[in-house]
Design a protein around this ligand. Structure first.
Ligand SMILES: [Zn+2]
Ligand SMILES: [Zn+2]
Length: 126
């Protein structure tokens, strides 16, 4: 069942991703919320919503829970390390908010590198 994660769990991690993005010249993207255990669309229901991967970001304004990051796992530590830092998975999805509608293209690769995970940009390069 999908649940909204308490912002206290992720706000520092997200703030640090936002600071890195701003330093690199990106327009900061807000995180409207983080859903764990399913898609934000399914919060308050018995469903977990549509999932093709272990996480996704709603990065297009017409997409109803715009700005949400959704994680299939219910464990918050998939997203935020015990030290309060963003995991590679959270950074991956946040980069999708910074580079909407670009898939894992050039804009997304610049974003993920700028927020501190350059190895992911290289891995995604064909
Ligand atoms: Zn979702
Ligand atoms: Zn992705």
């Amino acid at each position: 069942m999908a649940q909204a994660l308490d912002p206290a769990v992720y706000q520092d991690a997200v703030a640090s991703l936002q600071a890195r993005a701003a330093t690199a010249g990106f327009r900061i993207a807000c995180v409207a919320g983080i859903s764990v255990g399913g898609c934000a669309e399914a919060i308050g229901t018995e469903r977990r919503g549509a999932f093709r991967r272990r996480a996704h970001a709603h990065n297009r304004p017409p997409d109803p829970p715009y700005g949400w990051i959704c994680c299939l796992s219910r464990r918050p530590e998939r997203l935020v390390t015990p030290g309060g830092r963003a995991s590679a998975l959270l950074a991956h999805e946040y980069a999708h908010l910074l580079a909407p509608s670009s898939g894992h293209g050039e804009r997304w690769r610049r974003a993920i590198a700028a927020i501190g995970f350059p190895a992911q940009a290289n891995r995604r390069r064909r």
